[in-house]
Ligand binder design. Structure first.
Ligand SMILES: Cc1cc2nc3c(=O)[nH]c(=O)nc-3n(C[C@H](O)[C@H](O)[C@H](O)COP(=O)(O)O)c2cc1C
Length: 315
């Protein structure tokens, strides 16, 4: 097998990704107002991260409707007036030859997912489709469906929470329909990504979901956390997490899921050091490693990583 490292390039369809480090979606609350529009500060921040040399940026959770925001200060994509600002974000990132996807999100409702009406879910499905169309108009290189972290789609994907008896009771029906209805948008220049919970609630459910999602025609899968089993009081929310695994349990889920599917997998959680990211990529445990909080707290993370990588290769 070809030897790879974190600075090995990758191609998804026509999209060229220069290395394996990804900025995961992170709502930059402090840089955004309450109206859902992109700000100059936000554009500047994404520009800075792109300039630092990451391979791929996934722009933060962007709401398909105002009432579907997770907090007041979250950006939106629920009508065409958002296109101008979001296009500026994509253009700023592209200045540095970095491709960018945008995460499309609905935070869910106050009532339990099993009590939301079928018509309401049909309506939200349409909102997601419209958001994808807008994202493409904004020149993003793809979208990421937010199917993790106990938000609307994660709730529907969860064996624990989705007790519906209608069509949405089929666990991945919402995602399946959404992908089927929007297939026409995903040409060679537009990537379809999905962020899923590796634990829905156990890893074996995550593996099952990942295989089914792959069969719907995804281009890339991003493994994070889902609806946890409330019986777990400890930090690791799956059974059989091997003590010998040197990194976080969420990364472990990405590594395990990758063994069962063929599309590229992004893993995430608590990666701080070059050596951690390199271990994952060089051993083909993951295709991409997302670095979140470390990238926010150290804007020179990529520079430092590049230096550490060169030193290690020399030494
Ligand atoms: C401030 C903040 C905002 C976040 N916003 C999002 C988001 O918009 N969408 C999402 O899927 N995850 C979001 N996350 C989760 C991150 O993408 C990532 O999975 C998590 O921070 C773990 O990675 P890390 O340890 O490298 O930071 C957010 C995390 C933080 C700290």
């Amino acid at each position: 097998m070809k030897k790879v490292n974190i600075f090995t390039d990758f191609k998804i369809k026509n999209i060229y990704i220069k290395n394996r480090i990804v900025l995961p979606p992170m709502v930059r609350f402090s840089l955004i107002g309450n109206d859902g529009y992109v700000t100059e500060d936000l554009i500047e921040w994404y520009g800075m991260i792109a300039k630092s040399g990451v391979g791929l940026i996934i722009v933060e959770a962007t709401a398909v409707e105002e009432s579907g925001k997770l907090r007041e200060n979250q950006i939106g994509i629920w009508n065409d007036s958002f296109i101008e600002g979001l296009t500026k974000v994509a253009n700023e990132i592209h200045k540095y030859d970095v491709p960018c996807m945008i995460q499309i999100h609905h935070a869910g409702f106050k009532e339990k997912i099993s009590e939301v009406s079928e018509e309401e879910l049909d309506r939200i499905l349409k909102l997601f489709e419209e958001a994808f169309v807008r994202a493409k108009k904004c020149d993003f290189d793809g979208i990421e469906i937010h199917g993790a972290h106990t938000y609307l789609i994660s709730q529907l994907n969860s064996k624990l929470w989705n007790k519906r008896e209608d069509k949405y009771g089929e666990r991945l029906y919402f995602s399946k329909k959404l992908i089927e209805n929007t297939k026409y948008l995903f040409d060679e220049n537009f990537i379809l990504g999905y962020r899923m919970g590796g634990n829905e609630p156990e890893l074996e459910d995550g593996i099952e979901n990942a295989k089914i999602l792959e069969s719907y025609g995804l281009d890339i899968l991003h493994v994070s956390s889902g609806v946890p089993n409330p019986e777990y009081k400890r930090q690791v929310k799956i059974k059989n997490f091997p003590k010998s695994f040197p990194l976080d349990w969420i990364i472990y889920m990405g590594v395990e899921i990758k063994k069962h599917i063929k599309i590229p997998v992004i893993g995430v959680s608590k990666i701080k050091k070059e050596s951690q990211a390199s271990w994952l990529v060089e051993n083909n445990l993951l295709d991409f490693v997302a670095v979140g909080k470390a990238m926010i707290s150290q804007d020179k993370w990529m520079e430092k990583t590049r230096k550490e990588f060169s030193l290690r290769k020399k030494g």
